[in-house]
Design a protein around this ligand. Structure first.
Ligand code: ZN
Length: 418
């Protein structure tokens, strides 16, 4: 434990550690050319007089309450499996706002800001871009302003996230973008694609059904939680990356998957599950990914037809079988342990065992009743954290069907799925 910095008053009192303050809003004013940020963090009143945040490899330049400097210290928090785990402890007094000036650094392992222009923060790496609490249960609002965007490039980011979001939801990307207008949904949400210059054909192919599938989500699950515009944004994650990241309202899809409509449908579904409804702990990853995978298949069925949906399910089953032959684990590990490392279950199992769990429930009660339950759950839990068990309970109470046996088989069990 090293005392690395201490600012402010002449007789400083070392701040105590308090990682439990409830963050309300983080507002980032970013100078892209200097890689310097002024972060204003608002948090709820409490009896505590301290605030601790994780700061990864951020270089802290100063901490104030907006006017006066505050005492703070930077500590290396050891004993945590998710490194780096440096911590900023601030003596807040009775205040509920701090302003932290800092410098951020480039990262190359999908763990912060990349010199390729994008940020990648999932699961714990918010700490390498802004002082934060990475736990998905902690939702907060965000404001973001990017200054000094390089001439000729476009920065795509939300200026404001008006609902409580997980820390990994915020993102920006700066590149040579072109826009493709996909039209407005019946609920009035403008859907667009932002593709990297030269990738127009991939954008057209990948987002051909996106507006209609987004409309289906709005009709099926309720209003879109993240504003009046949404876009699928292409990012250059390098040659080996695939998938996407749920940075609503401007989620990221790498170039390799940008022509794939299933990826766009999946990322769009996270607006409701994963972002809209946050997971209570990392063991509940299946509540985000299994639900998004199921909803994507259902949306594709509704918009692109039964044959396309069948091919999506075949793909899920094939990938799941290949994974369980390599290594197996439950889709939903037991417990809710703050030290649980979600990267130990980061493969297709939570995605496709989760989707197949819903398919099994659907077989028992019908698609419309299951979708109505998911809508009820999204409405009740919007902007809040939820557990997988709470969804199982809601399915039981609203449909009369107890999904415990299906959950045991698909979510908590091991082995091949037929
Ligand atoms: Zn996903």
């Amino acid at each position: 434990m090293a005392l690395a910095a201490c600012g402010g008053q002449s007789t400083p009192e070392l701040p105590a550690v308090d990682l439990n303050r409830d963050l309300l809003t983080t507002s980032l004013d970013v100078d892209l050319s200097a890689q310097e940020v002024s972060a204003r963090i608002d948090f709820a009143p409490a009896s505590s007089r301290n605030l601790s945040l994780r700061i990864g490899d951020l270089e802290i330049l100063g901490v104030s309450d907006g006017q006066q400097a505050l005492d703070y210290r930077v500590e290396d928090a050891d004993g945590d499996l998710r490194t780096p785990a440096r911590r900023l402890d601030i003596a807040t007094g009775a205040g509920t706002e701090v302003v932290i000036r800092y410098r951020y650094h480039a990262h190359t392992q999908f763990d912060g800001w990349s010199q390729a222009g994008y940020t990648f923060l999932w699961p714990y790496y918010c700490e390498n871009l802004f002082p934060c609490k990475p736990s998905p249960a902690d939702g907060l609002r965000f404001d973001l302003l990017l200054r000094n965007v390089p001439t000729g490039l476009t920065a795509i980011y939300p200026e404001h996230l008006a609902g409580d979001a997980p820390s990994y939801q915020l993102a920006w990307t700066v590149a040579d973008y072109r826009w493709l207008d996909l039209g407005t949904t019946p609920s009035g949400t403008l859907i667009r694609a932002a593709y990297l210059n030269g990738q127009e054909l991939a954008a057209i192919a990948g987002t051909k059904y996106l507006r209609d599938e987004f409309s289906w989500y709005e009709r099926t699950l309720g209003p879109y939680p993240w504003g009046t515009q949404a876009a699928s944004v292409e990012v250059d994650w390098g040659p080996d990356a695939y998938g996407g990241m749920e940075h609503h309202p401007y989620w990221h899809v790498p170039a390799q998957d940008y022509a794939d409509p299933t990826t766009h449908a999946h990322e769009a579904a996270h607006g409701w599950f994963g972002d809209g409804v946050r997971i209570a702990c990392w063991e509940d990853f299946v509540l985000s990914e299994g639900t998004a995978s199921y909803l994507a298949a259902a949306a594709i069925g509704a918009v692109e037809g039964a044959a396309r949906e069948a091919s999506v399910w075949t793909g899920y089953r094939d990938q799941l079988a290949a994974q369980t032959r390599r290594a197996d684990h439950p889709a939903r590990p037991s417990g809710c342990n703050p030290d649980f490392d979600v990267l130990t279950i980061y493969d297709v199992i939570p995605y496709y065992r989760g989707a197949l769990f819903f398919a099994s429930v659907e077989h028992s009660i019908g698609r419309q009743r299951l979708l109505a339950a998911l809508r009820d759950f999204a409405a009740a839990r919007q902007g809040r954290a939820a557990t997988t068990q709470e969804l199982l309970d809601l399915i039981r109470t609203t449909t009369g069907h107890d999904p415990a046996a299906e959950a045991q088989h698909y979510l908590y069990g091991l082995g091949a799925i037929d």
